[in-house]
Design a protein around this ligand. Structure first.
Ligand code: ADP
Ligand code: MG
Length: 344
């Protein structure tokens, strides 16, 4: 859907901000650009909607050179969210939400429908539409900020460190919200961050940048498992190496190799041995009534044995061994959070 072909950006004075990058994003992907400050993330993103143009190379959207796309059409296709997603204080929530649709000359009745749909999406009451931002809590305002980015129904949304200055708890819940909405609405999101945890949580593919170059472009799982060099390893940090995330999308597809009941502690080494033998990657810990209590992957156990204590937190756990490619860590995390039952 989006192709960077040998794209470079050299600013006046000779600063090479982006150096010959080649990337291809599919529709519906959540892409994160990550890298240290000044590595060219923002510039790469800004070239997608022509806030700045490449010095060399070209960018295609659906096979078409963006230089040849009419700017109004490009704006209808691509949304842009800058840092901190603040609301305009002198505008009502409704006016805030439909800011971009209004700029795009969407008729007023349709704008009202959009505002209602957006406020429904974040599960806030419709009466709030006619309030001003300062009449909402900070958290509610932030949620409105997120759906505002979706109000113009653009296919592609660019987000430049939108949660950069927020406290960790607000940030975490907004990450969940944006990821959930992105999946539900099938949007393509290009997201800039310098926070590896954020990238690992949100992205289905991560482009790691350093000095204007993309040094690794891959799934979070592959980046964690096979960092291309020491720079990437450092960026990941040892603590995060446990975050490996397999590929398939629903828990329903989890394939069970084995289901055995083990007693705590005693059989941990046995479990590890079995996992290695059967080449399984993750074990789910489910209590007697089927509620998921935790999951551990084999690398976690290998690298940091202490995380395996999760197994001893419950009485009579059942442990399922799951093949690497058939488990989605996020889905499990969601199940875990809500205390839902895991029924194999
Ligand atoms: P990041 O978003 O990764 O922090 P940027 O893309 O903003 O990095 O910037 C990459 C490099 O290009 C930096 O060295 C920055 O100083 C430089 N740069 C960015 N914008 C301009 C500009 N308008 N003029 C000159 N240099 C710029
Ligand atoms: Mg930047």
């Amino acid at each position: 859907m989006i192709d960077f072909q040998h794209v470079s950006k050299i600013f006046k004075g000779g600063k090479v901000a982006v150096d010959d990058i080649n990337l291809s994003f599919e529709k519906g992907e959540f892409i994160c650009f990550i890298g240290t400050s000044g590595s060219g993330k923002t510039t790469s993103m800004r070239m997608i909607n022509r806030m700045t143009d490449p010095t060399k190379g070209k960018i295609l959207i659906n096979g078409k050179d963006i230089q040849k796309i009419n700017p109004v059409e490009l704006r209808r296709k691509i949304g842009y969210v800058i840092q901190n997603i603040g609301l305009m204080p002198h505008m009502t929530i409704r006016e805030n939400i439909v800011l971009v649709p209004k700029l795009l000359k969407t008729p007023v009745e349709e704008r009202n429908k959009i505002a209602e749909k957006m406020i429904d999406l974040v599960e806030l009451p419709r009466e709030m539409l006619d309030r001003y931002p300062n009449e909402l809590s900070g958290g509610q305002q932030q949620r409105i900020g997120v759906v505002r980015a979706l109000a113009a129904n653009q296919d592609i949304i660019l987000m430049d460190e939108p949660f950069g200055a927020l406290d960790p708890i607000t940030r975490d819940s907004l990450q969940d919200l944006v990821k959930d909405l992105q999946e539900r609405l099938g949007k393509t999101i290009i997201f800039v961050t310098h926070d590896m945890d954020e990238a690992l949580k949100l992205a289905n593919r991560i482009a790691i940048m350093s000095e204007g170059k993309v040094i690794q472009f891959d799934t979070p799982d592959n980046i964690l498992r096979n960092p291309v060099n020491e720079f990437v390893e450092e960026l990941i940090g040892e603590d995060r190496l446990i975050q490996a995330k397999p590929n398939i999308t629903t828990v329903g597809e989890v394939m069970l190799n084995n289901a055995i009941t083990i007693t705590p502690e005693k059989s941990l080494s046995e479990a590890i041995k079995l996992m290695r033998e059967k080449r399984v990657d993750t074990l789910l810990v489910v209590d007697g009534s089927g509620v998921l209590k935790g999951f551990v992957d084999v690398e976690t156990i290998d690298r940091r044995k202490k995380t395996a204590t999760i197994i001893s937190d419950i009485i009579n756990p059942k442990v399922f061994y799951v093949k690497k490619s058939s488990l989605l860590r996020d889905s499990l995390q969601r199940i875990l959070k809500r205390g839902l039952k895991y029924v194999p």
